[in-house]
Design a protein around this ligand. Structure first.
Ligand code: ADP
Ligand code: MG
Length: 350
């Protein structure tokens, strides 16, 4: 439980006085999107209010309408009906291009321009806004510092010369470039490996304590929602809000079975990070080697959570378990892991 308990206490334990809030208030009022030709709305009558400087997590399964909700806020998608107010102003009355320059946007695919240097990528919006070269250069260095990339070592590199985690940091720096009061982050760390993701989450949490921007952060990872969010909006299909509360309240008082399902599976996933594959193999037998994708392998020392991450990244529900010398011992199937959880009945299987 160490992860979630540290999440729950991190804000009250801040020692410095809180820096000034620089975010804007966001209000969604009856926001609805119907895609042409679809019988059901993708986002159905969503209303929520986000305070200046607040970091709100939109948590829900794939396809529930998270991205559609986000893209309406910066008008990459036009709402069918409803209103979006930023500091009381209706964004539908703004020029969409101007609006997007005032909202930082970070996505999973990062979207750095491959033919532009890191400095050019980060300085893109300031350049579009007509800043002078010297001011842009100073801002770029400041931002690279902020996201933990030594400016002199990185500013002249190209994206492909950086790791996935470093590129994602550049993506965050770029979104912050013009100091927007609002940031939208759509599964920004979703494509990174678990260790990098945890690093990025921790850095981002520290960053937000200084920035105090209004941030809407989409995730399907409950642990990520717990770790980062001031409040979490747990979404059902069509972005319908099942519960919108601080993490500790979601954990202690889930509004219904749907929310409780996230809480329960999160506990199981946390446990899986403490259980090694060797522990699991005391309870389940490996399948004979079958159609596991090549390269998708773990050893007995890896955790069950590592095994699940390998599965997610390889797009398969199976991994090969090898001994320390790399010799394949057998196949581990996701359904076996689920069975193990069920059998453990919520108890630690170690
Ligand atoms: P999420 O980000 O939560 O995975 P999305 O907002 O991407 O969900 O999608 C919500 C629903 O809208 C899904 O059923 C998806 O298939 C549908 N959808 C998304 N984009 C379009 C589109 N351009 N045209 C038609 N349907 C779409
Ligand atoms: Mg999405």
């Amino acid at each position: 439980m160490s992860e979630s308990s540290s999440t729950v206490v991190h804000r009250p334990s801040d020692q410095q006085p809180a820096p000034a809030i620089r975010g804007a208030r966001i209000q969604l009022v009856g926001l609805t999107k119907r895609y042409p030709g679809q019988a059901e709305a993708a986002v159905d009558n969503v209303s929520m209010e986000i305070a200046p400087g607040e970091l709100v997590m939109l948590l829900g399964p794939s396809g529930c309408g998270k991205t559609t909700t986000m893209k309406m806020i910066n008008r990459l998608i036009e709402p069918t009906s409803g209103q979006i107010l930023i500091d009381g102003e209706d964004v539908l009355r703004f020029d969409p291009t101007e609006l997007r320059r005032g909202i930082g946007y970070v996505i999973q695919q990062i979207g750095l321009f491959p033919h532009m240097t890191i400095a050019e990528n980060v300085g893109l919006v300031p350049k579009l806004l007509g800043w002078k070269a010297a001011r842009i250069a100073a801002r770029v260095d400041e931002l690279l510092d902020l996201v933990g990339l030594e400016p002199s070592g990185y500013r002249d590199r190209y994206p492909k010369q950086l790791s996935g985690g470093q590129q994602q940091r550049v993506g965050v720096a770029r979104a912050l470039a013009a100091d927007p009061p609002v940031m939208l982050m759509d599964e920004p760390f979703g494509a990174t490996d678990p260790i990098t993701r945890e690093h990025l989450q921790n850095e981002f949490r520290k960053l937000q304590r200084e920035l105090r921007k209004t941030i809407i952060f989409v995730t399907h990872d409950f642990d990520e929602a717990l770790r980062l969010g001031d409040r979490i909006a747990v979404l059902r299909d069509r972005s319908v809000i099942a519960q919108f509360d601080p993490p500790e309240r979601i954990l202690s008082q889930p509004a219904d079975d749907y929310v409780a399902g996230f809480v329960g599976s999160a506990a199981a996933i946390r446990r899986s990070g403490l259980t090694t594959v060797d522990d699991a193999l005391r309870h389940i037998e490996l399948d004979p080697i079958g159609d596991e994708p090549s390269g998708a392998s773990v050893t007995g020392d890896d955790t069950v959570r590592d095994a699940i991450d390998v599965m997610l990244r390889s797009g398969s529900n199976r991994v090969t378990v090898t001994d320390r010398a790399g010799v394949a011992l057998g196949g581990l199937d996701f359904s076996q892991i689920c069975e193990l959880w069920t059998r453990a009945g919520g108890h630690d299987v170690r």
